[in-house]
Design a protein around this ligand. Structure first.
Ligand SMILES: [Zn+2]
Length: 459
């Protein structure tokens, strides 16, 4: 057994390790790895300062896990670092792998991680479990997770948590008139679904918060076919829905005393003889008509109908939708922050605060009537694209046409954030589960209902 230990400089545990650790503790400003033979440990890392918040504690746990995952079989972290649960969550998230389809999975040598008397298994009931659930959904290929199997998995995983899961099948959606959503899936052999998740554990009669997610389980672009290169990435075009269901999972697991409804639209966008064509006009659930000028701008169509549905059925006080919606937001913000579009400065503040605690960044993008005009259609109430410029804002304006202006609403464009290319302290390469923790924090804070909307957004 190879053992590693991480201690806070000058702590009780550091002192116990002996004189050389004490000497190292005296003059470090960041962290230092000691290389000497010690009776009890093969590796010793001394950390100068305690983490300053939960997020930096998770990053510390993630970094230490990565440092020792192939070197040591056990890792102990000093109780004096504080934030024990967060350190373990970070280590747990850093250890996430998705190798179920590999004959020879790459397993880490490191199996035991402890902080004081808590071990990594104790975080299985933490939000990291909900993030793992979201990552699994995003990582699964399109032939495994498609609308029907996705809906079944939600029913199987979320129902035991006490969440009421309602599955609407394509035939019901046709009857109800979610034609925009259905138009996206009409070129696919796979039927489209909508899944609603109710968690009404708050004050009786209090309006719920609605979380709304785009779940395009695979996006070829449809007849406006995407280029072949990198198209395999489009299995993660359901990252918004994964954030929504991951947050619902966390809310149910932690038994939050809140009223929350989650809704996801699940479709596959394929080219086919039956597929929707550029130029086609479709009537939405709201009654507004849409001219489809690019079948690859499909996420907004899915969201528009479920936004109408959730407002009609649940009269939510606050609505937050998430989607890997536009390449334009990645061009603007890179892979550093998600775009935040809203009609409420109060809601913006609460989302930024929730994101800060989660270590997830959001940047408020502009909206306004001049951008809204860019999607005027000559033959219908609107078109689904607005030309080459301002693409993430015109997408937001499209969604806003399906939202009651006096209801606090935010759209989070997470196209740049759902998939990690390089690897970060708590996020290995691959699916991030971006948004789960922000949404959970958001719902968990006070004052999320009856938010004021901005006067200049009333158009
Ligand atoms: Zn698309």
């Amino acid at each position: 057994m190879t053992k590693a230990i991480v201690v806070l400089a000058d702590s009780k545990q550091a002192k116990k390790l002996g004189a050389s650790v004490k000497r190292a503790s005296a003059d470090i400003d960041k962290s230092v790895d000691l290389s000497f033979a010690h009776d009890d440990y093969d590796y010793i890392t001394v950390i100068a300062d305690k983490p300053k918040d939960k997020h930096s504690a998770r990053e510390l746990g993630g970094n230490m896990f990565k440092k020792y995952k192939d070197k040591a079989s056990s890792l102990e972290l000093d109780d004096a670092l504080g934030f024990g649960n967060d350190i373990l969550e970070g280590a747990d998230l850093a250890g996430y792998t998705f190798e179920k389809y590999k004959s020879n999975p790459d397993t880490a040598k490191l199996t035991s991680v402890t902080v004081g008397d808590k071990d990594i298994a104790s975080v299985s009931q933490s939000i990291s479990e909900s993030i793992r659930f979201a990552r699994d959904l995003v990582s699964e290929p399109g032939n495994v997770i498609y609308p029907a199997t996705y809906a079944a998995r939600l029913q199987r995983i979320l129902t035991p948590l006490g969440i009421t899961v309602k599955v609407y099948h394509q035939a019901q959606l046709e009857e109800m008139g979610l034609n925009l959503l259905l138009s996206v899936g009409q070129g696919s052999e796979k039927d489209s679904y909508v899944v609603v998740m109710e968690w009404m554990n708050g004050k009786e009669g209090e309006k719920p918060v609605a979380l709304v997610g785009k779940g395009v389980t695979f996006d070829t672009g449809g007849i406006s076919l995407k280029p072949g290169r990198g198209m395999g990435d489009m299995k993660y075009d359901m990252g918004g829905s994964a954030a929504t269901v991951g947050a619902m999972h966390a809310i149910g697991l932690q038994k939050l005393k809140r009223n929350v409804v989650g809704i996801v639209g699940l479709v596959e966008n394929m080219p086919d003889g039956k597929a929707i064509k550029p130029g086609d006009v479709v009537t939405s659930l709201s009654g507004q008509t849409v001219e489809n000028l690019n079948t690859d701008a499909e996420g907004r169509l899915v969201l528009a109908d479920i936004l109408t549905f959730v407002q009609n059925e649940y009269n939510p006080s606050t609505v937050i939708n998430l989607a890997t919606l536009t390449g334009a937001i990645v061009a603007t913000l890179g892979k550093q922050m998600a775009g935040l579009f809203t009609n409420s400065t109060d809601l913006e503040k609460l989302i930024l605060q929730a994101g800060k605690g989660a270590g997830e960044g959001f940047f408020r993008m502009p909206m306004g009537p001049n951008w809204a005009k860019m999607i005027d259609s000559p033959i219908a109430d609107m078109q689904n694209i607005g030309g080459p410029y301002g693409g993430s804002t015109t997408a937001a304006e499209f969604l806003y046409k399906f939202v009651d202006n006096h209801r606090a609403w935010a759209h989070l464009d997470i196209a740049g954030m759902a998939w990690e290319d390089k690897g970060k302290p708590t996020t290995p390469k691959g699916a991030v589960g971006f948004g789960v923790r922000t949404l959970f924090n958001f719902v968990n804070q006070d004052g999320t209902i009856d938010l004021k909307t901005d006067g200049d957004m009333d158009y």
